[in-house]
Design a protein around this ligand. Sequence first.
Ligand SMILES: Cc1ncc(COP(=O)(O)O)c(C=O)c1O
Length: 371
Amino acid sequence: MNVPLLDLVAQYRTIRDDVFPALQAVVESQQFIMGPGVAQLETRIAELSHARHGIACASGTDALLLPLKALNLKPGDEVITTPFTFFATGGTIHNAGGRPVFVDIDPNTFNLDPDAVEAAVTPRTRAIMPVHLYGQMAEMERLLVIASRRGLKIIEDAAQAIGARRSIDGVWRMAGELGWATGYSFFPSKNLGAWGDGGMMVTSDEATAERLRKLRLHGGAKQYHHDEVGTNSRLDSLQAAVLLAKLPHLAGWSARRREHAAYYTQALRDIDAVRPPVVAPGNEHIFHQFTLRVERRDALQAHLKSRGIGTAIYYPLPLHRQPCFAHLGHAAGSLPRAERAAQEVLSLPIYPELEPAQLDHVAEAIREFYR
Ligand SMILES: Cc1ncc(COP(=O)(O)O)c(C=O)c1O
């Protein structure tokens, strides 16, 4: 039996009758750039995030880069973030003119450790960039206390966490609700994926929303008049049409992912060498990834491959150890929890359309390996 890590064709089959008429409507209108669907999607994603403004852009990377640019970083200004993430998190800090300051993670959730953040704040710190890794939110309430005490901005990297939420003092808070600005990715493999690249920023700050709208359109609110130098980072109307057609399915898809996660967690509970994901109290995880910590990880991955099962390692080399960040001076062992996670993690297939027999096959293959 084959169980790919992700099967976008399976999802496509369930939604094509919704998507194609929407695409055809865009084609017939010939409004490919900033058509009405883009504005509608901005409103919907802002609502989902309990935020006041949505600003669509060309990718999740730009959805982080533009808010970072809006900080007007000067050389030497620091942004504290996690090293255990996709490259864009650190890369955008660098490209916005800042210095990424990587600090260690919570070994249970793989998210930024607020104590490590607090210890790393300096007079040059301008912002904190938590990543809601794999689809569960970081400890926003603690990060907010640090940020407000020190006058720092929080930019949420919610590329993997659209629709995730966290109960804080008994109130559900969405990814994108509490930060100064938040970036989402619509990369096709995401829980809400476009049929190409795409991204979205959300913020509840009016002035920031206006600035981000300008930055994505060459720095001008009025055509051919430029207050500052921005860039071209728009979302295509065709991508907005795909995303609007998919959006009503998102909550159901994420619920299916949670069901699959519960199944795996139960099926693997007796294997000492395997540690299923820890969902922090208060978090509702959307399981963009279902990531185990395992012993003999590379051998397990090869074994699963031989049984037709796709897996992935997110991420094999933390950002503080990447050659491009060598100038930051992090020796091996300097952020031991992130480095250990990079050695031990393995992500299993978790997409909503997985069949029970496929889940069984994955769990059985893991049990077989450790028998
Ligand atoms: C944590 C994280 N940040 C940023 C990004 C960048 O998004 P994109 O690939 O849409 O540019 C991604 C997705 O790839 C991601 O997983």
